[in-house]
Design a protein. Structure first.
Length: 318
């Protein structure tokens, strides 16, 4: 009976003492967006637009893009939808945008970097996105993947605003972006931390290699220290920082992220009830203490064990 009670999610993410934490969904298409809305997601924290076009040899037309984006935005009237511009390359090649012959695609001309070679593709996407926003009631927050420098954050956010997309931000998934966050937030109005790639790059461990799974976890204190630095860089200007990588779906890690100052967590819709239940079992001050413990742990395993031992509700979730 308890198990079924804690799995209900009403779209009201918060800690026990009422500090709001937006619980959002990661989606890749309109069907996923509708499922997420039914599951109670408060909005979308990551719309992976490249998922709409993975099998296409040519750049989709603006009309085709408007249709794809509108389908997702329509599922969240009045709600925030964080739309990521095309994250092409490495594990997600797009034939019309990435070069399959690169020796190290994870370190190559991928994601926002493709604008060096094909600037028009981002222009077309921003135009389509502005049209989709105008056709729906959703609030679009647009962000670029793999932003690495303040110049890139400035160029992207200015370009997005020139299309009337008022809320422009960035992903933080390259260690340089976390280290330089205070400078990047001069331009970006918000950020979402992609823990999958941030972990890959700070640990120098291919995210697709299961043999390196012990390195490829956001419980690594090195990863948590970078997220802490990103949050500290956002603080002077009051910019919201979210997390949209797999880490956000780990209920114990979610408490640590909230303690570090993360304002929203975006995850696969089915993870929402458990993350919500665990957050509701702790105060914000307790989250801050859990964050201190994790960041000061010598190893990922120590961090995970220490935090989990202080969250008795985890046993009820099974
Ligand atoms: C990430 O890198 O954590 C992320 C959310 O983006 P993706 O998994 O699509 O690279
Ligand atoms: Mg990524």
């Amino acid at each position: 009976e308890l198990a079924s009670r804690v799995r209900v999610f009403n779209g009201d993410g918060a800690t026990k003492d009422g500090r709001e934490v937006q619980l959002l969904a990661n989606v890749g298409d309109a069907a996923g967006a509708r499922t997420a809305a039914e599951a109670g997601a408060m909005g979308v924290g990551l719309f992976r637009t490249e998922f709409c076009f993975l099998d296409q040899p040519d750049e989709p037309t603006i009309e085709a893009q408007v249709e794809a984006y509108t389908g997702v935005l329509e599922a969240f009237p009045g709600k925030k939808v964080v739309v990521r511009t095309l994250d092409a390359g490495a594990d997600k090649p797009l034939p019309f945008l990435t070069d399959a012959t690169e020796a190290n695609p994870a370190l190559g001309v991928r994601a926002y970097r493709t604008t060096r070679r094909d600037p028009d593709v981002l222009d077309h996407q921003l135009e389509a996105l502005a049209k989709a926003e105008a056709a729906t009631q959703a609030k679009v927050w647009v962000m670029a993947p793999m932003i690495s420098t303040a110049e890139e954050a400035k160029a992207f956010t200015e370009q997005a605003r020139s299309y009337g997309l008022a809320t422009a931000g960035m992903m933080i998934e390259v260690p340089s972006a976390a280290l330089m966050a205070d400078k990047l937030f001069e331009h970006a109005e918000f950020a979402s931390v992609g823990t999958n790639d941030l972990t890959q790059y700070v640990m120098a461990a291919d995210r697709l290699l299961s043999s390196l799974a012990d390195l490829s976890t956001a419980w690594q204190p090195a990863v948590l220290r970078l997220i802490q630095q990103a949050c500290q860089g956002a603080e002077p200007k009051g910019r919201p920082v979210g997390v949209c990588g797999e880490a956000a779906a780990d209920p114990a890690l979610a408490t640590v992220l909230v303690g570090l100052g993360v304002a929203s967590l975006s995850m696969t819709a089915r993870a929402l009830p458990d993350v919500d239940a665990v957050l509701k079992s702790v105060t914000f001050e307790e989250c801050q203490e859990l964050a201190r413990i994790a960041v000061d742990s010598p190893t990922a395993e120590d961090a995970r064990e220490a935090v989990r031992s202080k969250l008795p509700i985890l046993e009820e979730l099974g």
